[in-house]
Design a protein around this ligand. Structure first.
Ligand code: FAD
Length: 359
């Protein structure tokens, strides 16, 4: 926990590096900077909001492809990462240390050479901040990832909170037989089985390319929308006997947390062994509204050398770094997030050296 800070107050300390997000990318960035002697603040929204990080949704499917981690489920991975941060805490302000705080970052502003970060330290109530915190740092690493889009099936339209709105979809999310979000991560669970892929356009076409490593038996579900494939994509899909079903879906067919199939509005049912959904993503970067940053078509941040975030004009935004899923053009996997977290943490740390290489 952060020392010396009252609720609704400014933390008097100036941190060397503030890391936003304590998923694999942010934790690695924090540990890498700490290891170089920096005083690091990690602000993570998981404790005070529904943003728990992507790996959290691997609820009962163990993650098997991240080196150094025994097969581990998402919630356990979160615990493990936070334990790593907590074990590097220190109450000595002069010492290298990591302070971890449950905080939803709302705004980052440049203040000369420094950055000011404003955050909510408690869950918002009806959109209102209950306890606010102000922090100051010399460098910022953005590692807040993105939120996956969830299937619009059995959605309670009147509900405002995401977990309530998508309650049924979440019951089936991240289970052995349930909604998967990453074909590379979970495709192996359904080797040789029937895979149902929900989505439209390029992203679901790419998912079908990934799924071919595990099975030839696939059905693409568009849930009432046009499929959005190019003629070339359609040709591939037809050549591989992949069915496209355009019918609107009325509901889930499941037992407890296991998804077995879907029921179409016309009353017909479709059963499958595995289900994958790709309904796009929303980057967790609202707090960067004061900056004019380069983004890809999904809104992910573009970084340059040393993981510095690029501005719209292609120049680096000095002192602002990014790592993990929020970065455009890299694989959305744990080992990649950690590697880019290390780059960003070290990039931020190196930029704080008293003298730099001159050529
Ligand atoms: C169901 C599922 C299964 C997966 N399985 C695998 C697998 O088997 N192997 C694999 O390698 N990868 C897997 N992945 C992908 C992997 O989880 C991600 O690539 C990885 O978690 C990305 O790490 P990250 O640190 O960039 O982001 P995240 O893990 O998403 O962490 C982002 C953090 O930022 C915090 N945050 C967000 N907004 C704010 C804010 N405003 N203020 C403060 N904090 C904020 C969140 O609380 C969260 O802790 C899976 C993903 C999913 C969804």
């Amino acid at each position: 926990m952060n020392v010396g800070m009252e609720q609704n107050a400014r933390d008097p300390f100036i941190y060397d590096v503030a890391v936003i997000g304590a998923g694999p990318a942010g934790v690695q960035a924090a540990i890498s900077a700490w290891h170089q002697g920096r005083r690091v603040l990690v602000l993570d929204a998981g404790a005070v909001s529904q943003r728990k990080g992507r790996a959290y949704w691997a609820k009962s499917v163990p993650i098997e492809d991240a080196p150094g981690l025994d097969p581990i489920t998402g919630p356990k991975l979160r615990q493990h990462l936070h334990h790593l941060l907590a074990s590097r805490a220190s109450s000595d302000p002069e010492e290298a240390r990591i302070a971890l705080l449950g905080a939803y970052v709302l705004r980052v502003r440049r203040q000369g050479e420094l950055f000011d970060l404003s955050a909510s330290l408690a869950p918002l109530k009806a959109g209102q901040i209950q306890a606010a915190g102000e922090f100051r740092a010399r460098r910022v690493v953005v590692a807040s990832g993105f939120e996956d889009g969830w299937p619009e099936i059995d959605v309670e339209a009147g509900r405002e909170r995401m977990l309530e709105r998508y309650r049924t979809a979440f019951r089936y999310a991240g289970n052995q037989s349930g909604w998967h979000l990453c074909i590379r991560c979970d495709g192996h669970l359904h080797r040789g089985g029937h895979f149902a892929l929900l989505g439209v356009g390029d992203s679901i076409y790419e998912a079908s390319l990934g799924a071919q490593d595990f099975t030839d038996h696939m059905t693409i579900l568009t849930n009432g929308r046009p499929h959005g494939f190019t003629p070339a994509q359609l040709q591939q899909i037809e050549a591989r006997d992949i069915r496209i079903d355009l019918r609107p879906i009325a509901g889930h067919l499941g037992e407890r947390t296991l998804l077995r199939g879907v029921r179409f509005q016309d009353g017909e049912e479709l059963y499958a062994d595995g289900f994958l959904v790709d309904e796009g993503l929303t980057p967790n970067s609202d707090y960067l509204g004061d900056f004019r940053l380069r983004r890809n078509a999904d809104g992910l941040l573009v970084t340059g050398e040393d993981s510095e975030v690029l501005r719209e004009d292609g120049e680096p935004e000095p002192g602002l770094y990014a790592a993990g899923d929020i970065v455009a053009g890299q694989r959305k996997l744990i080992a990649t997030a950690m590697a880019s977290g290390q780059d960003a943490g070290l990039g931020a740390s190196d930029s704080l050296r008293r003298w730099q290489e001159t050529l």
